[in-house]
Design a protein around this ligand. Structure first.
Ligand SMILES: [Zn+2]
Length: 229
């Protein structure tokens, strides 16, 4: 079986901005990448005529298109409301179930420990994903209904946190940067919120800044955790 990576994303678009280049690279190396999109992104608009209902629908399509550009194998939408995530047994159970179902070697998600201004959904997703990985998905008596449904416990080995304040891993995305930009451009409803923003220029600047540290032309930066137990 190919090595699998599960990206656990707070909103539609977070994976592309944070890890789109690395995801395309992992796919090009023969790894299988799966997405879990936690919220439906139904608050992300400046358009006075947009409704939450319509926006959720638009963003679902945008997310699927972006995932297709990167070669992501499957996208699961958990459909929590944007800004509505809480650290609950239900949300944790959703992530545990997906980890036990896809059985990824690695999980990529938002760093929950970014200081000061940080979206609550990013903080909660990162933290709950970490809890779901260890110890819940590993322990068969946690969420025992999964075992009854045929899902065995699973141990994730690596976690890659995007948007980390102090990254310790730099992925060379020079060869997949174009794909990252094409994937970001799928999120038209979000780009429209920032008129005048040059998406490619902004992404290139950020990737160049990340790469400078390690002498890589274009990079994405992560905080990599090896799960010890
Ligand atoms: Zn987000």
């Amino acid at each position: 079986m190919s090595e699998r990576i599960l990206a656990i994303c707070p909103h539609p678009d977070d994976a592309e901005f944070g890890a789109g280049g690395a995801i395309a690279k992992w796919v090009s190396e023969g790894k299988e990448v799966f997405y879990a999109i936690c919220t439906n992104g139904d608050k992300g608009t400046t358009d006075p005529k947009m409704t939450s209902e319509r926006l959720a629908e638009v963003r679902r399509k945008e997310q699927q298109a972006a995932a297709d550009v990167l070669g992501v194998k499957e996208v699961v939408f958990l459909d929590y409301p944007d800004g509505g995530l809480e650290d609950t047994p239900q949300f944790r159970g959703d992530l545990v179930r997906l980890i036990r179902y896809y059985r990824p070697k690695a999980v990529a998600t938002a760093d929950p420990y970014r200081k000061y201004v940080w979206h609550r959904d990013h903080r909660i997703t990162g933290r709950v994903a970490l809890d779901a990985i260890f110890p819940y998905a590993r322990d068969r008596l946690s969420y025992p209904e999964h075992e009854a449904a045929g899902l065995k416990p699973h141990k994730v080995e690596d976690i890659y946190f995007w948007a980390a304040d102090e990254p310790n891993l730099y992925v060379d995305i020079t060869s997949t940067f174009g794909q990252k930009v094409r994937a970001i451009r799928c999120h038209l409803s979000q780009i429209k919120n920032h008129p005048g923003l040059d998406v490619e220029q902004r992404a290139r600047q950020r990737a160049a800044d990340w790469g400078k540290e390690k002498g890589i032309p274009l990079a994405e930066a992560f905080y990599h955790v090896v799960v010890p137990f």
